[in-house]
Design a protein. Structure first.
Length: 120
C-alpha cells in the first residue's frame, strides 16, 4: 500500500526537557499543524513586544511631538499586524468551510477519510 505524504515519518525526536518523557514519532501532517500554531503564537508575541515597546516610547517621549508620533505609529503598526494575522486565520477557516476542507488541520487535508489513521 502506498504511503500518503502525511504519513511520512520524519524520524524519532528525543528531547531533554522535563516534559518529554521519551522518543516521539513525528508525522509530516502533525509537523505542519505545529508550524502553523507556532507561527500564530509568535505573531501574537511579536505584537505584544512591539506594543510594549511603543508604549514605553510614548511614555518616555517627554512631550516631544516627533517622538510621540513615532510611538503612536509603532503602536498602530503593531495593532494592524495582529489584526492581519487574526483576519487571515479567520479567512482561512471560512474558505476551508466553504470549500469543505480543513485548511488549518493539514492531517485532515491529506487524509480526509481517516482510512490511513492519520487523523486523531
Amino acid at each position: 500500500m502506498k504511503e500518503l505524504l502525511a504519513q511520512v515519518t520524519l524520524g524519532t525526536i528525543e528531547g531533554t526537557g522535563r516534559f518529554q518523557t521519551g522518543a516521539v514519532q513525528t508525522k509530516l501532517g502533525d509537523f505542519i499543524s505545529t508550524i502553523i500554531n507556532v507561527v500564530t503564537v509568535m505573531a501574537g508575541l511579536a505584537f505584544l513586544l512591539y506594543f510594549v515597546i511603543g508604549g514605553l516610547k510614548w511614555i518616555t517621549s517627554s512631550g516631544e511631538k516627533a517622538r510621540a508620533e513615532e510611538a503612536k505609529t509603532e503602536l498602530t503598526q503593531a495593532a494592524i499586524g495582529l489584526i492581519v494575522v487574526a483576519v487571515s486565520y479567520f479567512i482561512a477557516g471560512i474558505i476551508g468551510g466553504v470549500v469543505g476542507i480543513d485548511i488549518l488541520n493539514p492531517s485532515k487535508l491529506l487524509d480526509p477519510t481517516g482510512y490511513f489513521g492519520i487523523n486523531k
